[in-house]
Write a protein that binds this ligand. Structure first.
Ligand SMILES: *Cc1c(COP(=O)(O)O)cnc(C)c1O
Length: 430
């Protein structure tokens, strides 16, 4: 069995979802570069369309290379099933889609990836959905934000750009008491550092673009379902508990049990929203995941060393990295992400905006890009790029003030990274 859940993480990251190709014996998962699949006969085709038999119909819905990645993601997160899609942002819409409807809201952490703040505060309004942002450290405020129209709670385990670690268990308990699913964006942590389902999460979403693929080649996303939420208990999730009109009245919860969300996500979500992952992207991501734990250990060790070096440097005002004892969130590392606090953090540089702009121009190993979770070390000055459109107040609130740069520490030699920052800081603050 390639995905016996009793195997350790390092075994699952190589083997889960991948078996020798039945047609050729190919050991690596082949890239099934096909749009459609020949039905055995008319009865077979009808059974597939009725979801009475699981198989391949059309690659907007399912593809064997993508299916291998889905199984691997479910195994690594300890979930019942997973749906892969075209990007992390697609995964967020795909996760909310069966739960929400016009007039419904999601209660979300204030500490989220900037793109998610925009997606939740602006774009989802066009579907009649809304988001209420609250400080997830204020449990009373989270409870107070939930009302009869709330359909999900959403937060990031280790929040991009770093420094904040969510008390996943505490928020899961609030979601449980309200009969609501907790959705965790686990992009920055990866399942190697944090397994949100073990802390009570219902759904886990990923931008596989980042550490999971790990080499900066393809965008992708995933939604992993714990399979443990009772969709019929409250009557709030009719797409899953009641006859689904978009699938000739099929009752997903009754028919598929713990795989209800996964089947709905494919049969209705991918079918009608079309945000499908292509087999090439699934291939690159499968290859990346094979070395996830090895890379994450190095990312974390390097981040720890670089952050500690920066913190003691005179040219630096502050470093927000939960791996440092000085962080307000250091005490949550052992509970939430015991193998380390990730590899993202922000740094306030003395000399403000001018020094930051010079710093990103002076680095030689670090790349100045709008990405994270690459094997390469990355740097960005948010105030002059990703957060340029925001007011100074909004920039401060987002942790992206004019004097702040964000780092994603790669897997190079830590000594070389420190030497690079040393020479670049000398130029930036001269
Ligand atoms: C990048 C990112 C996303 C969005 O993912 P894409 O693959 O770029 O669509 C969502 N959440 C977090 C935490 C991210 O870092």
């Amino acid at each position: 069995m390639s995905d016996d859940p009793s195997y350790g993480f390092d075994t699952l990251q190589v083997h889960a979802g991948a078996r020798p190709d039945p047609a050729t014996g190919a050991r690596q998962v082949p890239i099934y570069q096909t749009t459609a699949y020949v039905f055995r006969d008319a009865d077979h085709a009808a059974a597939l369309f009725n979801l009475q038999e699981v198989g391949y119909i059309y690659s907007r819905l399912t593809n064997p290379t993508v299916a291998a990645l889905q199984e691997r993601m479910a195994a690594l997160e300890g979930g019942a099933g997973a749906i892969c899609c075209s990007s992390g942002h697609a995964a967020q819409i795909l996760a909310l889609f069966p739960l929400m409807g016009p007039g419904k809201n999601v209660v979300a952490s204030t500490r989220l990836y900037g793109g998610t703040v925009t997606q939740f505060s602006q774009t989802i309004k066009r579907f009649g959905w809304s988001a209420r942002f609250v400080d997830f450290d204020d449990e009373e405020a989270v409870r107070a934000a939930i009302d009869d129209d709330t359909r999900a709670i959403f937060g990031e385990a280790i929040a991009n750009p770093g420094g904040y670690i969510m008390d996943v268990r505490a928020i899961a308990d609030i979601a449980d008491a309200a009969g609501l699913p907790l959705i965790i964006d686990n992009t920055s942590a990866t399942p190697y550092l944090c397994r949100p389902i073990e802390h009570g999460a219902t759904l886990v979403v990923h931008s596989t673009t980042k550490f999971l693929t790990g080499n900066g080649t393809v965008t992708g996303g995933a939604v992993v379902d714990s399979g443990t939420f009772d969709w019929a208990a409250s009557g709030k999730f009719p797409s899953l508990s009641d006859p689904e009109p978009a699938y000739h009245g099929l009752k997903f919860a009754e028919t598929f049990g713990p795989l209800a969300f996964t089947f709905h996500g494919i049969a209705v979500g991918l079918r009608d929203l079309g945000m499908t992952m292509n087999p090439q992207a699934a291939h690159y991501t499968l290859m990346g995941i094979e070395t996830l734990s090895l890379r994450m250990d190095r990312h974390v060790a390097n981040a720890q060393r670089v952050a500690a070096w920066l913190e003691q440097d005179d040219r630096i005002e502050a470093v927000t990295f939960a791996g440092l004892p000085s962080s307000t969130y250091h005490h949550r590392v052992a509970e939430v992400c015991p193998k380390g606090a990730g590899a993202l953090f922000t740094v306030a540089v003395k000399g403000g905006y001018e020094a930051c702009v010079k710093l990103v121009d002076a680095v030689e190993i670090f790349s100045h890009v709008a990405n994270l979770g690459d094997t390469r070390s990355l740097i960005i000055h948010s105030a002059s790029t990703t957060h340029r459109q925001l007011t100074p107040e909004q920039q401060e609130a987002a942790g992206a003030g004019p004097n702040v740069v964000r780092f994603s520490i790669g897997i190079e030699d830590a000594d070389d990274l420190i030497a690079d920052l040393d020479q670049a800081l000398a130029k930036a603050t001269a």
